[in-house]
Design a protein around this ligand. Structure first.
Ligand code: SAH
Length: 391
């Protein structure tokens, strides 16, 4: 593991870890707005309308996030624009690299002191950004580090987009060893439940997929939205007619166990949530990804593999098994490899495409929320004033 130096992007920002602040939404940013709204915003600032496209080309086209580096802008305009359209939203607290530089994780502090994480994962043929959609999470899944923290607040559109633009810049700098320099995929598998921050996540997807300079120009098919299974929001997503990939965190094929592992199951049951996922697949023609964290002696029994196989047989779905990454103090552990292999074998025998997710970033607490959780533990150990930030 390598701890990378953190370059302060906003020296004027007070140290939020020692400052008590209430969670609050950040100031407006260029990435919150579509191109038409950016034009209105710049003219309101007394800038010419073409400035909207110029700024957008810098930010989305060249991945320049700092107005100071936009040297073709008059100095007076830069100042106005920094304050009104390009405020610093994300301040790096910690950057870690592992897997020989192919995995990089950034822990961010937001303007109100909330902490979120993003991960950049390089492969020989692609680079993927894993981003957060909320600070904390309200879904309370007991095996997930973020689930233990509770929800602090939703991220703004721009707080989501800015994580991706930053990571695309890291990829473009050639820092991801052995991978192409272009970020091509985004997965909403960082902190938070994306469908609980629905309108902002959808707008962020629109910004990420709009052609440059309005947006980042990524393919919708290369964006994955992962959900615990908020059925009404899944149905709303079907109606958006987007072609993003949907991942459903199932983790158990039976209601008894899923009620415990994914508490929102008490509201929307396995049958109902799978129905919504299959409808999404049918409407978009895109295979849904069924996420299943294998937990030793909890959900890894052969009969559960068989039941899952029966539920998914003949459906436009594949299973992505995730070896559990135990959270500190957790009573649960990953399944032994022979048990995992048997689980895979049974699913495949039932005709269900199954993969086992690689364990990227384990060394740097790559699992959901663990880096932020570690930082919060350290922060609260530092004194009572810090504990507030940990909420
Ligand atoms: N809230 C969304 C997205 C965030 S988590 C969701 O639940 O889908 C991304 C994936 O990582 C989810 O499938 C989640 O269940 C899984 N996950 C969380 N903690 C984990 C852990 N400790 N080990 C393995 N997978 C975990």
């Amino acid at each position: 593991m390598t701890i990378l130096p953190v370059i302060p992007t906003s020296p004027d920002q007070p140290d939020a870890v020692t400052t008590k602040r209430r969670p609050s939404m950040p100031p407006r940013h260029l990435a919150d707005l579509d191109l038409a709204a950016r034009k209105v915003a710049v003219t309101t600032l007394g800038e010419p309308a073409f400035r909207a496209k110029q700024l957008s080309t810098h930010y989305f086209g060249r991945l320049v996030r700092d107005v100071g580096a936009m040297t073709d802008l008059p100095a007076a305009s830069r100042e106005r624009i920094t304050g009104d359209l390009l405020p610093t939203l994300l301040t790096p607290v910690r950057e870690l690299a592992c897997d020989d530089g192919a995995t990089r994780k950034t822990l961010w502090r937001l303007h109100d002191g909330a902490l979120v994480e993003s991960v950049l994962m390089g492969y020989p043929d692609r680079v993927t950004a894993c981003v957060s959609s909320q600070a904390g999470c309200g879904m309370a899944c007991p095996f997930c580090a973020t689930g233990q923290q509770g929800l602090t607040r939703n991220l703004s559109i721009a707080e989501i987009v800015d994580q991706v633009v930053y990571l695309a810049g890291v990829a473009a700098s050639g820092a991801v060893t052995g991978s192409p320099p272009r970020l091509s995929r985004v997965v909403f598998m960082g902190m938070g439940e994306p469908l609980a921050n629905y309108p902002r996540v959808i707008e962020a997807v629109r910004r990420l997929t709009a052609p440059a300079p309005e947006g980042l120009g990524l393919s919708q098919r290369h964006i994955t939205v992962s959900t615990v299974g908020l059925v009404p929001a899944m149905r709303r997503l079907i109606a958006e007619e987007l072609s993003v990939t949907l991942a459903l965190s199932l983790h158990a094929p039976d209601d008894d166990l899923r009620d415990e592992l994914v508490p929102v199951n008490q509201r929307w049951k396995v049958a109902e949530v799978l129905d919504a996922a299959f409808d999404y697949a049918a409407r978009t023609g895109r295979r849904v990804s069924i996420e299943y964290a294998l937990i030793r002696d909890v959900n890894d029994q052969p009969w559960r593999a068989d039941l899952l196989g029966r539920l998914l047989h003949g459906k436009l779905a594949h299973v992505n098994l995730i070896p559990l990454n135990p959270t500190p103090g957790s009573k649960w552990d990953a399944s032994p490899k022979p048990v995992e292999r048997e689980f895979v074998r049974r699913l495949r025998e039932a005709g269900v495409a199954t993969t086992v997710r690689d364990t990227r970033g384990r060394e740097i607490d790559g699992a959901c929320g663990q880096l932020a959780a570690g930082e919060l533990t350290e922060a609260s150990a530092g004194g009572a004033a810090d504990a507030e930030v940990a909420q």
